[in-house]
Design a protein around this ligand. Structure first.
Ligand code: AMP
Ligand code: MG
Length: 437
């Protein structure tokens, strides 16, 4: 028999499914709070090269040991002067020295100017810089010392970058819990830091469940057996995990069998902080994840008031060769459900594991350029795209299996349960770019 076509529904199972009482759906915020209540930050701190710290979470406050800039320096190519010497336009000064970036000058005497370049230290005695566009070099007089005429009056402090105006010694420049990005790495480097203390990377074991799944490359599209589909979740989940700074062990596809699922979980628990699966967490009799996790630990199956998404499994698996537990999250199999649930639930979990202080993404209030006449009884996350008019267009097919909607969209509208939307209504937009950064 083809392994993708299994006729397993027994009348008893159907009866059970129909008669099972429906538990009320759990609000998404409650589910997230419950999930996060289980997540303690990973212990330990790593020191990584500042070059390699992009995307990592800072484990300790960074307090500056120095002023940035460390010395008063010129913001322009021009002339360093004593402002008292240039109270009126047309003042003429003797140019007694030349200071390039990386070099220092001598104390400036009354009536003198120093030729100076951007970033060079302002010499003692000087308190202002005149940009070269406002200076006219005069023919050298008999003593050979060049002179310069300055076309405008000078204000003390002009074009001088003050020591400490960027960072003052002793201040906390980067706070523990901050997720580092390119600007933060540059700032850390400006303080002289070649290494940074960061939280360990979460170690995540990833596997997909489903007998229908085949891997791209294993079977060409024209030879795809009836009932088979390509495994798409594995690809985006792996990429999403990498973006969240995780070390990923890809355990592949686990067949819809309890023994195989138990074996995969056992392997996964030992060296990982989180086991992440997709599929097999609905309440069908082909959904083996729940009993398998329960055999090795504990699991709750939540029905969350969200669309796409709804079923989500959270639990833990005991380690067999080491002390401790691995967290377990079972995402729904439908690709859009899996994707959105990852962003809304797994992303904050991974950030909390790393001790990040900001778990949520900022939203924008934007006008809907579409109608949504029938609000669902679950909170919806509608795939939309920003348009040139400053509004949001809706992807026409909002089904949870249509991955095109996520690739096309650049975010979702977070639409409260039961809410209809009329063209022009201002809605809450969550951009994918924020989630993926
Ligand atoms: P399940 O949650 O296992 O009942 O799966 C729900 C739907 O998602 C089914 O149509 C599956 O074929 C599909 N599905 C499950 N896992 C994947 C996957 N890794 N890639 C693409 N589709 C999947
Ligand atoms: Mg399945």
């Amino acid at each position: 028999m083809c392994r993708w076509l299994r006729l397993t529904s027994s009348p008893t199972a159907i009866e059970v499914a129909v008669n099972a009482p429906r538990a009320p759906l759990m609000p998404l915020d409650d589910a997230l709070a419950r999930l996060l209540a289980h997540i303690n930050p990973l212990t330990g701190t790593e020191s990584v090269a500042t070059f390699d710290a992009d995307g990592r979470v800072l484990a300790r406050d960074i307090v500056s040991d120095l002023q940035v800039p460390a010395f008063d320096n010129s913001a322009m190519d021009g002339y360093a002067v004593r402002s008292a010497d240039v109270a009126a336009p047309g003042s003429v000064l003797r140019v007694t020295q030349r200071i390039a970036a990386g070099h220092t000058g001598q104390a400036l005497q009354a009536g003198e100017a120093a030729r100076i370049f951007t970033g060079a230290p302002v010499p003692p005695g000087a308190d202002a810089v005149v940009m070269q566009e406002e200076a006219e070099v005069l023919a050298a007089p008999a003593d050979g010392v060049p002179q310069v005429r300055l076309s405008s009056a000078v204000r003390a402090g002009q074009w001088v970058r003050r020591s400490g105006e960027d960072v003052t010694r002793g201040t906390t420049v980067l706070a523990a819990g901050l997720r580092l990005g390119p600007a933060e790495l540059g700032l850390a480097a400006s303080l002289g830091l070649s290494h940074l203390p960061v939280a360990p990377r979460p170690r995540v074991a990833l596997f997909s469940t489903g007998d229908e799944l085949v891997m791209p490359g294993d079977v060409p599209p024209e030879a795809l057996p009836p009932g088979a589909i390509y495994n798409s979740n594995r690809f985006f989940l792996k990429a999403l995990l990498h973006r969240m700074g995780c070390e990923v062990s890809d355990l592949g596809i686990v067949p819809d069998q309890r023994d195989a699922t138990v074996a995969a979980l056992k392997t996964a628990a030992d060296h990982h902080d989180l086991i992440l699966t997709s599929g097999g967490v609905s309440v069908g009799e082909e959904d083996h994840v729940k009993p398998a996790v329960q055999a090795l630990g504990q699991l709750d199956l939540w029905q969350i008031s969200m669309k796409p998404g709804k079923p989500l499994a959270y639990g833990h698996v005991r380690r067999s060769t080491q002390p401790g537990l691995a967290h377990f999250v079972g995402l729904p199999g439908n690709p859009v459900s899996s994707y959105i649930t990852f962003l809304l639930m797994v992303r904050p979990l991974l950030l909390q594991l790393q001790g990040a202080s900001r778990l949520m993404v900022p939203s924008l209030q934007l006008p809907a350029h579409f109608d949504w006449p029938k609000g669902d009884k679950r909170r919806e996350f509608l795939r939309v795209r920003r348009n040139d008019q400053g509004g949001l267009d809706l992807f026409p097919n909002q089904s949870s299996g249509v991955l095109t909607s996520v690739a096309w969209g650049d975010g979702v509208v977070d639409n409260p349960a039961g809410q209809t939307i009329a063209h022009g209504d201002v809605v809450r937009f969550l951009p994918f770019a924020e989630w993926l950064s």
